[in-house]
Design a protein around this ligand. Structure first.
Ligand SMILES: Cc1cc2nc3c(=O)[nH]c(=O)nc-3n(C[C@H](O)[C@H](O)[C@H](O)COP(=O)(O)OP(=O)(O)OC[C@H]3O[C@@H](n4cnc5c(N)ncnc54)[C@H](O)[C@@H]3O)c2cc1C
Length: 393
């Protein structure tokens, strides 16, 4: 079925942003869409295509040109992620995590030396970084991290386990940034710091890939650290600032995940409108039935709302305004809407919607994790409620 496009009109993007949208859309249509079903079925991480995304400059979009970046902003990155998410979520999350979780901690908290050492390859998409926050027993409660790092001379010795780490085991992975306990604060709370562990460091073991419900072409592994030694200079930012650092990383990441969800909802809208016009039942297009037509109307409303919340949050970020609540609202609304939208689109497609070769079927399987990763829906509601001043625990 040809892929229709329905534009959302609310935000005025710059000429550069609109040009970038077209470049990414064309790339997604020509280099990703024809192969995504196979990558999904074969659980293949398409390294060559990820490198091509690097050649387009996508991994460097929000970083300064001096590190090989594009000198643009989060809004522009969101546009690229949205366009990829419209076609395939695995490639969209590879970009989102590569930038937001891989390169961004180095950019935000690294010394000039660390930036120069790691960022050029990450910005160029020659390398990918992972961010190891989650552990088998510490996800939403990420402050409960049990991984330890102790200084031994001029090295950190790391022991522990991380779970579900995106981009951590690809052929291109150059590093994973982890949070670890580096001591106590005196008040009974752990001191948490952030440390860069280069890929291939002895004592770091990348576990076999998970068997996932979706995101089959995205790379996700558990990591174990056993007497893993890295230079003391691999500490990222100030010792003991790990908790504050990951909260900042997640705030930005939530806007980018919301953008991915916008792409998913747009996909559902476009696919449903086209199918409702062509599929015949009882001698007329199924879209002649109000039930089907109204489903499409609801998808259009969801797409607009999710898009408005997302780009408003990105704009607040890019213009230096507070954006914590807006990021949580965008992530909450857009990702829950994406799950609803994929279920509705699958319904519009009837039995064909349940077949793996149908795009909305893959989007349906892939969408669920959007409500979980980088903070579950419940955690977004907590963030919003606290920001409203409520004494919620
Ligand atoms: C495919 C995939 C990729 C991922 N990539 C990464 C990555 O790159 N890096 C990384 O660090 N992590 C990653 N994650 C981990 C992800 O961020 C966590 O799974 C998520 O934060 C939830 O943590 P958890 O799984 O431990 O669930 P839990 O924290 O155990 O939560 C279980 C349930 O309890 C609810 N809950 C918990 N606490 C509260 C509360 N206080 N109030 C209300 N409800 C609550 C949650 O909302 C959820 O519904 C990834 C996960 C997946 C599946």
């Amino acid at each position: 079925m040809p892929r229709p496009t329905i534009a959302l009109v609310h935000v005025e993007f710059t000429d550069e942003q609109q040009a970038l949208r077209k470049v990414v859309r064309d790339f997604a249509e020509s280099e990703i869409a024809p192969h995504a079903e196979r990558w999904d079925a074969e659980h293949t991480f398409p390294t060559d295509v990820v490198r091509q995304m690097g050649d387009l400059g996508l991994f460097g979009i929000p970083f300064p040109e001096e590190y090989g970046g594009g000198g643009a902003d989060l809004t522009t990155l969101c546009i690229a992620i949205e366009e990829l998410g419209r076609v395939d979520q695995s490639l969209a999350i590879t970009l989102e995590a590569g930038v937001g979780l891989g390169a961004n901690p180095i950019y935000l908290f690294g010394t000039e030396e660390q930036r120069q050492a790691w960022l050029p390859d990450l910005c160029a998409g020659r390398a990918l970084g992972g961010f190891g926050l989650t552990e088998p027993d510490a996800g939403s409660d990420a402050g409960g991290t049990r991984t330890t790092a102790r200084l031994d001379g001029d090295e950190w010795v790391i022991d522990g386990e991380k779970a579900f780490i995106t981009n951590s085991g690809t052929d291109m992975t150059s590093l994973v940034t982890i949070t670890a306990r580096t001591g106590g604060t005196g008040g009974g709370l752990p001191e948490i710091s952030t440390i860069v562990v280069p890929a291939g460091t002895p004592g770091l073991t990348v576990q076999p890939p998970y068997r996932k419900m979706g995101w089959h072409a995205s790379d996700t592994h558990g990591l174990t650290f056993s007497g893993c030694r890295v230079p003391a200079a691999n500490l990222l930012g100030e010792r003991g600032r790990g908790f504050a650092q990951f909260l900042q990383i997640l705030d930005e990441g939530r806007i980018a995940i919301a953008a991915l969800a916008v792409g998913v909802i747009r996909c559902c809208l476009e696919q449903s409108v086209a199918y409702a016009g062509e599929r015949q039942a009882f001698g007329r297009p199924i879209g002649a039935n109000q039930a089907v037509a109204f489903a499409c109307s609801d998808l259009a409303v969801m797409a607009e709302n999710a898009s408005l919340l997302t780009y408003q949050a990105a704009w607040r970020h890019d213009t230096g305004r507070p954006y914590k609540r807006e990021a949580a609202m965008a992530k909450l609304y857009a990702t829950e809407s994406a799950v609803t939208a994929t279920r509705m689109a699958t319904q519009v497609f009837g039995g064909y919607g349940f077949m793996d070769e149908t795009l909305v079927a893959r989007q349906y399987r892939d969408a669920k994790i959007l409500e979980i990763g980088e903070g579950t829906s419940e955690i977004q509601r907590l963030v919003i409620a606290r920001d409203l001043g409520l004494p919620v625990g």
